[in-house]
Ligand binder design. Structure first.
Ligand SMILES: [Zn+2]
Ligand SMILES: [Zn+2]
Length: 340
């Protein structure tokens, strides 16, 4: 029984034969990390096993001394420790994001971490790996959540811009993953003018470039000695963390059209709350349909659900005759802080 050697503890999901935790929420001796978002990747573990991109991202965010011992394990590589094999499979969530595959005693467990199936030119697509137990997130685990075609959202943005050529266009996007995805989708749509970015996005955008994700010309906002709006930004696209729009930094943007790229933008109240004019429904998580499709594709004998709206998904899976249970994990926000 996999549940005899893989189970939640206050620190995180514990894998007994490795004496290690997956995405632990507090410092532990050994951690396996799925990806670089702050609620999964924390500093201070004795040892960290993750893809080299996730290790690099943790180094950028926390400084290179974020762990005493970093072990890189890339997609498709296998690491044996006694009777246990660890492999990494792409999760399609952000650069470097991995499903952690654990083989032990003839059984296979996959902790998918956060994942998505929709188009994203900045990541390796989600890899379907058969297993016995599949641990899925359920951030958007309600039937109401269906994410539209990403390119259609970009078109919506460009149509609004065309209506207001004298206004600047601010897109709120989280620094790891979403910002680079928005930029890259804009480039694919044929937008090749320079894009202005907030300083908080620079290090990660530069890192994506080193990993062969082409983002085109990204400029800092021009300085304005006496404050006030910078007229040359009219008609331009500016991307920054969502919080930037309430800061003095935003005073430099002439009459900005406020856009926000997040799966939560499907909830009209949330868009209104943030005074968002153009909600861009762009999520780095699987929507309801894609969660169900993924479970069908992976076809595990058991599903463990974590990290979001567990109840509806458990109910639906039970109706399908699937063996499913909630995995009560602490410390994960409902993807508000860093992602969505
Ligand atoms: Zn994430
Ligand atoms: Zn997450």
């Amino acid at each position: 029984m996999i549940s005899e050697w893989a189970y939640p503890r206050p620190e995180g999901l514990y894998i007994a034969p490795l004496d290690a935790y997956i995405d632990p929420v507090r410092p532990v001796a050994r951690a396996l990390i799925t990806h670089g978002h702050a609620d999964h990747a924390r500093a201070g573990h004795g040892q960290v096993i993750a893809t080299s991109q996730t290790l690099d991202i943790m180094g950028l965010r926390y400084g290179t001394d974020f762990t005493e011992n970093a072990i890189a394990l890339d997609y498709g590589q296998m690491r044996s420790e006694g009777a246990v094999q660890i492999t990494m499979a792409s999760a399609g969530h952000v650069l470097g994001s991995a499903q952690i595959v654990i083989d032990y005693q003839g059984k296979r467990l996959i902790a998918a971490g956060d994942y998505k199936r929709k188009y994203d030119p900045t990541v390796t697509p989600f890899e379907v790996v058969p297993c016995d137990v599949f641990i899925t997130e359920a951030t958007f685990g309600l039937p109401v959540f269906t994410h539209p075609d990403p390119m259609a959202e970009i078109e919506k943005l460009q149509n609004t811009r065309a209506l207001f050529p004298h206004r600047s266009c601010f897109i709120g996007a989280y620094a790891l993953g979403k910002a680079q995805r928005v930029i890259s989708l804009l480039r694919l749509s044929g937008y090749d003018a320079p894009i202005y970015i907030h300083g908080a996005l620079r290090a990660l955008c530069d890192y994506y470039e080193t990993q062969a994700v082409a983002l085109g010309t990204l400029l800092p906002l021009p300085e304005k000695p006496r404050g006030g709006a910078n007229k040359e930004l009219a008609g331009q696209i500016i991307i920054g963390p969502p919080s930037a729009i309430g800061s003095p930094w935003a005073n430099r943007l002439p009459d900005p059209i406020i856009c926000f790229a997040s799966g939560w933008m499907q909830v009209k109240a949330r868009a209104r709350q943030r005074s968002v004019e153009v909600p861009l429904i762009l999520s780095d998580h699987a929507d309801w349909t894609d969660i169900l499709q993924t479970i069908e594709d992976v076809n595990p004998s058991e599903v463990w659900v974590t990290h979001g709206n567990e109840e509806a998904l458990l109910y639906h899976l039970a109706k399908q005759g699937r063996d499913a249970k909630a995995l009560a994990m602490v410390g994960f926000e409902r993807a508000e802080g860093d992602e969505g």
